[in-house]
Design a protein around this ligand. Structure first.
Ligand code: ZN
Length: 152
């Protein structure tokens, strides 16, 4: 699981010693350039490995609008061998507010961050031991989110 495709994602993965082949799920909070540009590097590198069956399939979670942008820009910059994997081995899942997603032992629950500037989603991952991890994107925190975040 990787949290955001920030601009230097690919370099950051190397720095953190994370093998790009291990990424199976990718969550994008919103369409600002510093949160979305890294996806194209990940798609380029991981996509060519998936095309050669050297990496697992990838699932990308984002709003409908962000998925559209990723597909449009990919069609300009990425090779057909990667584009052909779209909706096949690279799956795009549009986020519907609060619809829970099952990630094996983890549960991913997205929620709308109620941003006034740009539609933005955060999420909560609940682990098997009931501990959880919350991502709030880059939006100033709103108290109205409390009921979603402290519900467990
Ligand atoms: Zn932003």
């Amino acid at each position: 699981m990787t949290l955001e495709a920030v601009t230097k994602s690919y370099l950051n993965l190397k720095k953190a010693n994370i093998n790009i082949n291990e990424i199976r799920h990718l969550f994008i909070t919103h369409k600002h350039i510093d949160h979305i540009l890294g996806i194209f590097w990940v798609l380029r590198v991981l996509g060519s490995k998936i095309a050669k069956n050297k990496a697992n399939n990838l699932t990308i979670y984002a709003s409908k609008n962000v998925i559209k942008i990723i597909k449009n820009i990919s069609s300009i910059f990425l090779k057909n061998k990667v584009l052909n994997l779209f909706d096949n081995k690279i799956i795009f899942i549009p986020i519907n507010n609060e619809k829970e997603i099952n990630l094996g032992n983890w549960k991913l629950k997205p929620f709308n961050l109620q941003s006034e500037k740009e539609e933005q989603f955060g999420f909560r991952i609940e682990f098997k031991d009931k501990k959880s991890f919350v991502c709030l994107g880059d939006e100033p925190y709103k108290k109205t989110l409390n009921k979603l975040l402290f519900m467990f």
